[in-house]
Design a protein around this ligand. Structure first.
Ligand SMILES: Cc1cc2nc3c(=O)[nH]c(=O)nc-3n(C[C@H](O)[C@H](O)[C@H](O)COP(=O)(O)OP(=O)(O)OC[C@H]3O[C@@H](n4cnc5c(N)ncnc54)[C@H](O)[C@@H]3O)c2cc1C
Length: 341
């Protein structure tokens, strides 16, 4: 049977599966269904491959639930530290015994370090940083067709590889994880025999406690301020929106233009060159709806746009369209929550 394999990422602090792995597994599952629909008789098995010293049953169950038909644990205590070539070689060793047609890697620091090391050894191509992926039927042949931004994010390019396996890295937060599949599946523990030592040695590590970042992956409600909130180059309305976000237990976010004009920090930026998010509710205050911004939030469950221009592009993506002055809406909300301005 044909396989789609996902390089599953694990948090080495607690050996829990990272959210992005579930997103890729669920996407692989929907790709498998898509392939079956496109071509009769084609069956793809979804395989999640984890490299770790251990993985508890509850985590493995979550992988099945997200869509994996088969979970593989490439196991050794050496994997308690992340070394890209050690991981890549272990993955390759397993892969040479059980090849797949499609390999999906997360576009994370680890995924981006392992994927090219694997694909160069397999002498195949790698489509990096994809934001979409599908199967297409061409001359009765199925092709994996990932899409990624190109020409400085001005265009989206769908790239067909001439060689197999088809490989891609996919950005976190782009696809939804759906825990709606089976509770169990196949399991294999694989002990690698020939992985090589890394030429890089870890001498010491410092956790980056002081480095601030915003985790949008588990956000429930995101309130995003666009450049439409800017008044006389002041950040007043972004601060106000931040207060509302705080009191409503929401995440504050902005567009890149707001960051470019130094009105908010880049860690809050949503979009192609910022974070991706898929909350239950995304409210865009004075956001025009540029494609690079949409890429980062289009999978939100409910999207509300507040814009003074009734023809603003953002409304094409909205479930609720509010033609209004977003600053007035913010001031009214502050009054409603009785927050001193
Ligand atoms: C390579 C590249 C990468 C990029 N990456 C990103 C990215 O990751 N994220 C991102 O966001 N952008 C990104 N951009 C920028 C993107 O193309 C847009 O320029 C940007 O998203 C526009 O931000 P905006 O909607 O806040 O501002 P604008 O486009 O200026 O829109 C402001 C909107 O506010 C409305 N408005 C004005 N006043 C009010 C008011 N009082 N009340 C309500 N509405 C009002 C206007 O009608 C308008 O629609 C990228 C661009 C490039 C070239």
């Amino acid at each position: 049977m044909k396989k789609i394999s996902v390089f599953g990422e694990i948090n080495l602090k607690d050996n829990k599966i990272e959210q992005v792995s579930f997103e890729l597994i669920s996407k692989a599952k929907s790709l498998a269904f898509e392939a079956e629909k496109l071509k009769q008789g084609v069956n793809y098995l979804v395989e999640a491959v984890f490299i770790a010293s251990y993985l508890v049953d509850d985590e493995i169950k979550k992988a099945y639930k997200a869509g994996a038909d088969r979970v593989v644990l490439i196991k050794d205590s050496v994997f308690d530290e992340f070394y890209s070539t050690v991981y890549a070689n272990a993955f390759l060793e397993y892969f040479e015994k059980k090849p797949s047609e499609v390999l999906l890697f997360p576009a994370t620091i680890k995924g981006r370090a392992v994927a090219p090391r694997v694909t160069v050894q397999l002498d195949t191509g790698l489509v990096a940083d994809c934001t979409e992926a599908e199967f297409i039927l061409k001359n009765d042949n199925l092709f994996f067709a990932p899409t990624r931004p190109t020409f400085g994010s001005e265009l989206m390019a769908t790239i067909l590889s001439k060689k197999m396996p088809y490989c891609a890295t996919i950005r976190p937060g782009v696809f939804k994880s759906e825990f709606k599949y089976q509770d169990s599946g196949e399991f294999e523990e694989y002990i690698p025999v020939s992985y090589h030592e890394d030429r890089i040695k870890l001498i010491s590590s410092n956790s980056e406690k002081n480095r601030e970042s915003v985790d949008f992956s588990s956000a429930k409600v995101v309130l995003c301020g666009g450049y439409g909130l800017c008044e006389n180059k002041s950040d007043e309305y972004y601060k106000k929106l931040k207060k509302i976000a705080k009191i409503t237990d929401s995440n504050f976010a902005v567009t890149r233009k707001v960051v470019d004009f130094n009105l908010a920090e880049s860690k809050y930026q949503i979009g192609q060159t910022g974070s991706s998010t898929q909350p239950k509710l995304y409210v865009a205050f004075g956001v025009s709806g540029a494609i690079q911004h949409i890429q980062g939030m289009k999978n939100s469950k409910t999207i509300v746009g507040i814009n003074i221009d009734e023809n603003a592009d953002i409304f094409k993506y909205c479930d609720y369209k509010i033609v209004a002055d977003a600053k007035k809406v913010i001031d009214d909300l502050l009054d409603y929550f009785d927050i001193k301005q």
